[in-house]
Design a protein around this ligand. Structure first.
Ligand SMILES: Cc1cc2nc3c(=O)[nH]c(=O)nc-3n(C[C@H](O)[C@H](O)[C@H](O)COP(=O)(O)OP(=O)(O)OC[C@H]3O[C@@H](n4cnc5c(N)ncnc54)[C@H](O)[C@@H]3O)c2cc1C
Length: 410
């Protein structure tokens, strides 16, 4: 039997396992997937937790339930990849050989990398909604917040779901408005970007929404440290912003094991061909999802489109054919804007977000770059699609590459 080993059973790894399970001849190929954490989290739901709009329980399911029974599932920490020897070493000292390796170990937050952040005020006046545990702690802090200055800070890009901080800001605006204390809450967004978002067109639109909601953007803010006693964040150019409640998006980094195994860049993201996901260094290693350095958004929707194209391409490759450079960086992001509305972005490596309708040209039902109730419903329905369609290896009738029909630039 030839061996495919998948590292990580989160969004991307699970989809790779279900797709390859269908595509590859199971008399010839053994597929193994490894993850240290038995729980699969629906991370896109984390932004709702601090506002009491989603329970912790709803966002957690057993990983095993999504792995096809004919795929071998190992729950263990991966401690080393030895690409020269085509093998992986687990914490329990078990060694697994592979013919092909798929790395899907994602990325995670590192508050300890910013001085002053993960110290005595962590979980008190300093919070993050980037893990389920920290999002739950933030819920209590938000409930108890009676007024003052709420600062949301992104330490450095890239981060998972680059729109999530803005969703948090707008949901906070809606939450405090409904609670009747919005006039007592000052909301500030301190970002290292020169505007609200990485894409200039979307930045213009979202910047407009933030302005309308009286959310102030402190652009080009590169945090150097947090002063937890004085309750202020300080930038490299010694500009400081005081807070009563700090909500941080700490430094995001790829998995340690990727860096330790010589497969990562300075942030442990693994360099790949951005259209095929083949490792720049090894011809039998692919990297899918947030773990790669592909210059697209680190998002589940991107992983879905990427894995859709990866499966057939991978199969061809194992048959000795050339890889096709198919993936165009297609990204869809639903952005919650509060008060039951949302915005949808559709873009790829080359194309800035456009106006128009999605997915059916001229019909929709989703409108691009425009706030609507239907877009909000789209965001909510993604959770159902995630658990019941994407993670089950079922197909959604959406083109994995971006289509231009019925779309236009402003
Ligand atoms: C707050 C927030 C909001 C988001 N909102 C959206 C959204 O609205 N839309 C959207 O599309 N995406 C959203 N995302 C992003 C989306 O969740 C991620 O992009 C997606 O989960 C990435 O999938 P992945 O498989 O690469 O990584 P993950 O799903 O994180 O999986 C990585 C897996 O690798 C395992 N692993 C890592 N290292 C090891 C090791 N050494 N040994 C064993 N196992 C290991 C982990 O346990 C984990 O299960 C959001 C994320 C966050 C945090």
């Amino acid at each position: 039997m030839k061996k495919i080993v998948i590292l990580g059973a989160g969004t991307a790894g699970t989809m790779v396992a279900t797709h390859l399970n269908h595509l590859m001849d199971r008399n010839e190929w053994q597929i193994t997937i490894i993850d240290e954490d038995p729980i699969h989290y629906y991370q896109a739901g984390y932004i709702f937790v601090p506002f009491g709009m989603a329970s912790e329980k709803r966002l957690m399911k057993n990983k095993k339930d999504f792995i096809p029974s004919s795929v071998k599932y190992i729950q263990e920490k991966i401690t080393l990849i030895e690409p020269e020897n085509n093998r992986v070493i687990l914490e329990n000292k078990v060694t697994l050989d592979y013919d092909y390796l798929v790395i899907a170990t994602g990325c995670d937050i590192h508050p300890e990398e910013t001085p002053g952040m993960a110290e005595h005020e962590w979980g008190k006046s300093i919070h993050s909604f980037y893990t389920l545990k920290t999002a739950s702690a933030l819920k209590t802090a938000i409930e108890n917040f009676k007024g003052g200055r709420l600062v949301v800070n992104v330490v450095e890009n890239p981060i998972k779901c680059p729109v999530a901080p803005m969703e948090f800001l707008m949901l906070a605006d809606a939450y405090f408005t409904k609670k009747g204390i919005r006039d007592r809450v000052e909301i500030i967004y301190a970002t290292p970007l020169s505007g609200a978002f990485t894409k200039p067109v979307a930045s213009k639109y979202i910047g407009k929404y933030l302005e309308q909601k009286n959310i102030k953007v402190e652009a080009d803010f590169y945090i150097e440290h947090v002063d937890p006693d004085e309750k202020k964040i300080v930038s490299y150019d010694e500009f400081d912003i005081a807070y009563d409640l700090l909500v941080t998006v700490p430094l995001n980094k790829g998995a340690d094991v990727v860096g330790k195994s010589g497969l990562g860049d300075e942030l442990n993201y693994s360099p790949v061909n951005k259209s095929t996901f083949l490792s720049d260094k090894y011809a039998n290693i692919f990297v899918l999802g947030d773990a790669s350095n592909a210059p697209t958004s680190k998002a589940g929707s991107v992983a879905h489109y990427a894995v859709d194209l990866f499966g057939e391409n991978f199969k061809r490759y194992t048959e000795g054919k050339e890889l096709e450079e198919k993936f165009d960086g297609h990204t869809n992001c639903f952005i919650e804007t509060g008060f039951g509305k949302g915005v949808l972005l559709d873009f790829n490596y080359e194309q800035e977000p456009l106006r128009g309708r999605f997915p059916i040209p001229g019909i929709g039902p989703f409108s691009l770059l425009q706030e609507s109730y239907i877009n909000h419903l789209g965001k909510l329905s993604f959770e159902f699609m995630y658990w019941n369609i994407l993670m089950r290896g079922r197909k959604i009738p959406l083109a994995p590459t971006m289509t231009m029909a019925g779309k236009w630039k402003e």
